[in-house]
Design a protein around this ligand. Sequence first.
Ligand SMILES: C[S@@+](CC[C@H](N)C(=O)[O-])C[C@H]1O[C@@H](n2cnc3c(N)ncnc32)[C@H](O)[C@@H]1O
Length: 203
Amino acid sequence: MMSDPERDAWNGWNAERAPRYPHQKVVQFVFRNFDEPRRRHSSALDLGCGSGANSAFLAENGFSVVSTDLSDVGVARTRQLFRDRGLEGLQLVQRLDETDLGNAKLDLIISVGVFDCVTPDVVRRTLERLTQYLAPGCLGFFLFAHSRDFRITGRVPLLEHGYSRAEVDSLFRTFPEFEVDEYISTYQSNQIVQHEWIVTTQS
Ligand SMILES: C[S@@+](CC[C@H](N)C(=O)[O-])C[C@H]1O[C@@H](n2cnc3c(N)ncnc32)[C@H](O)[C@@H]1O
């Protein structure tokens, strides 16, 4: 595989800094919306899977999971995590806006901390591309940085773009229904504000 600086940077992140546990908001969303029998008959996409903590959580709880990421290190680590835990799944090295899932039909899409790594144009193309893979009733869970997030205002490396509400509304109108919530965590007596959007969609 040819090296490129963006992939190299994310390979470094995946080798050293990727979370080992699923995001609590993903856990909450999944258990609120999918009971056990539904999970066993559902297929899920983890878009920008990183090193696979959320993907493995989904597979352990019954979903058939496809995990995609630009980072070959992230994808290899996800594959290894599945092997270590005796899970089945499909892991693909793919850019967001080149997502190719054949004739898959998805019941759930999650994407955690990924849309803020790319520009709104990439997100627009990605969401348009995903429409062909949505089964009726497919739910989506998308978490990404708000324009006021400390990582955006402080220009933390690898974070490309924080989204305004107007951008969120414009991007997600490809879905028949969506809800937009803010997810705010503070640190160091409110000095650091991690300000994110959680967009949940229904098809
Ligand atoms: C902050 S990490 C989040 C990883 C994972 N979702 C998690 O919650 O642990 C962002 C991930 O997005 C991936 N990524 C960045 N730009 C991408 C792109 N254009 N296409 C696909 N994946 C991308 C990175 O390789 C990285 O694994």
